[in-house]
Ligand binder design. Structure first.
Ligand code: ZN
Length: 246
């Protein structure tokens, strides 16, 4: 039964990942994500259901549009597989318990936010506010954190990046994402999460500077580092807290 659920969550994840590809493409452009079906960006043919089966359509079409043979970015099946893997991992982490729901929503938001920030250097407030409301709803139904921890987490998660916005290192979307984490994780986790994101971002910046892939003037989106730190905290937070002695 366990293997059945793992496989089911993986498949559900690939289907949702296919939808998240649409979100990543359309939300920053202010387009509707539900009504119209996807089109080929090259020939604008409306895609048929058989063109939209996660991962398989890409493999069967050998990465090309059925109608005009334009190549399809490899990122689509990659995001579908990534979402599948993370959904299965989240099931393994949470089991079939109520906490599975907010955890899957958190994972989903982090995937969408990461790729929108990579593409456009923005984190839409609609996504972080959705995350904040999810975290609050979960808190109200489960009381899994104390309210002081939650509110201090919000203050720290929002406040520290906001301070760096003032210094020019981050954007307002990063502060909103930090605040969202505060409401999901509470004070201690948020503190470690922020430190972790600074370390990840710092190491990566140093790497691209030293290998001359970017210059000092280039801006890097910070959202992906926050999102990665959030993922690490979701799966390994307890161990890391012990490590920090918190
Ligand atoms: Zn086409």
């Amino acid at each position: 039964m366990h293997a059945f659920f793992i496989a089911s969550f993986f498949i559900l994840g690939t289907v949702m990942g296919s939808f998240y590809n649409v979100c990543i493409l359309r939300i920053p452009l202010g387009q509707d994500i539900f009504i119209s079906r996807s089109r080929c960006p090259k020939c604008h043919t409306t895609l048929q259901p058989r063109d939209l089966v996660p991962v398989f359509s890409y493999l069967l079409l050998k990465g090309r549009c059925r109608y005009c043979s334009a190549s399809i970015t490899r990122r689509y099946p990659m995001i579908e597989l990534l979402t599948g893997a993370l959904f299965a991992a989240t099931y393994l982490l949470s089991g079939l318990n109520p906490v599975l729901v907010p955890n899957l929503i958190l994972i989903s938001l982090l995937i969408i936010i990461t790729f929108i920030d990579l593409d456009h250097m923005i984190i839409p407030h609609s996504l972080t506010i959705t995350g904040m409301l999810t975290a609050l709803a979960w808190q109200l139904t489960s009381n899994h954190l104390t309210w002081p921890s939650l509110l201090l987490g919000l203050a720290l998660g929002f406040g520290l990046p906001a301070l760096l916005v003032a210094l020019g290192g981050m954007g307002g979307g990063d502060a909103m994402l930090g605040g969202m984490f505060g409401l999901f994780f509470g004070l201690k986790y948020t503190f470690v999460l922020l430190m972790l994101s600074f370390i990840l971002g710092g190491v990566y910046s140093l790497y691209v500077l030293l290998t001359k892939q970017k210059s000092r003037k280039d801006k890097l989106p910070f959202g992906p580092f926050l999102a990665l730190a959030g993922l690490i905290m979701l799966f390994f937070g307890q161990q890391l807290l012990l490590w920090y002695g918190l």
